[in-house]
Design a protein around this ligand. Structure first.
Ligand SMILES: [Zn+2]
Length: 63
């Protein structure tokens, strides 16, 4: 199965955040939302989680 990646470097931020979160979609959405709330000051909730879900990419597996 394909894991999902949320790469914080791809999102505009005043911090130089290099965090990358990889895992199953639900795990990544939860972890990235909590990260966005605690580190970037976003308000956690259904809207943030939808936004996070929309920015996930498939993990590129290097062979
Ligand atoms: Zn971040």
């Amino acid at each position: 199965m394909t894991r999902k990646v949320a790469d914080c470097r791809k999102y505009p931020s005043e911090m130089n955040c290099s965090l990358t979160i990889t895992g199953e979609e639900d795990e990544v959405v939860r972890a990235a939302s909590e990260h966005a709330a605690s580190v970037h000051g976003h308000e956690d909730g259904p809207e943030l989680r939808e936004q996070v879900r929309g920015m996930l990419e498939d993990e590129r597996v290097s062979v």
